[in-house]
Each structure stands twice: as C-alpha cells, then as structure tokens.
Design a protein around this ligand. Structure first.
Ligand code: PRP
Ligand code: URA
Length: 209
C-alpha cells in the first residue's frame, strides 16, 4: 500500500488558510498555490537518491552530493494542476513536463479525458503528478493509469487538499503510488466538492467564476 504523507509544516498550513479563504483574490490565490507547491515538492523529493562527487571550492576539495537515479517529470492534471508547475520546475529545472487534460462530468463526477502529451522518455523518469484537489479520486486514478500505460511505474501523487474518499480510491487502484497532501478534509458534499475545501481550484486559479 502506498504511503500517505500529510505535510503539517506550519508554513504550509498558514498558506493553506489563505487558499481556503473565500475572500482571497485570483492574484494572491495563484501566488500561494505556487508557494505551497514548492514547499510540498521539497518534501515529496526528500528521498531522491544522491551520489557523492568531489568539488573543488576556492579553499579545498569538498565531498558533495548531487542527485542521482531517475530524472523527474512533472505531470499536471489540467487545468488546475497547471498552477503548481512553475515553482516546481524552478526548483528542478531538468524536469520535463507532461500534460493530462481531464475534467469532471458535472452530473456523474466521472473524469473525461481531453488531452495527453508526455515527454518521449517518460517511462525512464520518476513522475510527480500534481493537482490541487483530490476529491473522489477519479481524476487522479485515471491520470495514474494513463501514465502507467506509457510504461512508467515510478509515480508520486501530490495534491494540496484531499478528501478521505479520494485517498481511499487511489490507494485501492494504485497501491504502489505514494501520496503527498497538505490536508485531509472531512468529506465530499453532494456535488463531490471537498468540505471545507477551497471551492473550485481551477476557477480560483484562472478567475473563471
Ligand atoms: C478538479 C481538480 C481535479 C478534480 C478532482 O478539476 O483540479 O482534477 O477536479 O476531482 P476528482 O478527485 O473527483 O476527480 P476539474 O474537473 O474541476 O477541472 P479543471 O481543473 O479544469 O477546473
Ligand atoms: N475540484 C475542485 O476544484 N474542488 C473540489 O472541492 C473538488 C473537485
């Protein structure tokens, strides 16, 4: 079973309170999504392998560590996941970016796929899927399935807020995937929105409501 990491760092929790506030405007919302994504990425990459190298400083030789092992790919689930990408690739400039377009059918809440474009060497990379919201888990589970179809089996899921239902679905469908979240909320409402959540993440990032 994949591990669920709930990141309770005070900086993250403070910024999450700003996102939840219905009075937070588009500009600040977008900025804080970026800041949270960078902080979460720091935790989600904590166990990346490193190797030792010798570096000559102006004073002496120093034994240093650099990243080793698989290169990374960041895969946002469109649209809202796009808001998490820029600050992550600032931290990991060598990461490639794949895109999966999914929207939820408003009646059934089932994900509908409308776009998919992956880097050609995705199967050799460790993939971090990013999306602010893990509600029913349908979108995340389908996204993981699509990425596995490319031959990729090293996958992490990173969401800002999750519902227990979404975590349970991803754990059941993809027990090999670790999940990083900043909060696990109480439940879903009748429209499959997370309670208390933050509303519609895509609309709040892009100002579409
Ligand atoms: C939201 C969110 C996730 C999905 C989560 O996207 O960004 O992708 O819903 O819900 P689920 O866990 O029940 O599948 P939405 O479908 O609203 O599309 P958008 O990002 O284009 O607004
Ligand atoms: N998608 C969102 O943007 N918010 C939710 O609460 C659930 C799905």
């Amino acid at each position: 079973m994949g591990n669920v990491h709930v990141l309770e760092h005070p900086l993250l929790q403070h910024k999450l309170a700003i996102l939840r506030d219905k009075n937070t405007g588009v500009k600040e919302f977008r900025e804080v999504v970026g800041e949270i994504s960078a902080l979460m990425c720091y935790e989600a990459t904590r166990d990346l392998p490193t190797r030792e190298v010798m570096i000559e400083t102006p004073i002496a030789m120093a034994k240093c560590k650099v990243l080793a092992g698989k290169k990374l790919a960041i895969v946002p689930i469109l649209r809202a996941g796009l808001g998490m990408v820029d600050t992550i690739i600032d931290l990991i400039p060598s990461a490639k970016v794949g895109h999966i377009g999914l929207y939820r059918n408003p009646r059934t809440h089932e994900p509908v796929k409308y776009y998919c474009k992956m880097p050609p060497d995705i199967s050799e990379r460790h993939v971090i899927i990013v999306d602010p919201m893990l509600a029913t888990g349908g979108s995340a589970s389908d996204a993981i399935t699509f990425i596995k179809e490319y031959g990729c089996h090293s996958i992490t899921l990173m969401d800002i807020i999750a519902a227990p239902e979404g975590i349970a679905k991803v754990q059941k469908d993809h027990p090999d995937v670790d999940i990083f979240v900043a909060a696990v909320d109480e439940k879903l409402n009748e429209n499959a929105y997370i309670v208390p959540g933050l509303g519609d993440a895509g609309d709040r990032i892009f100002g579409t409501k």
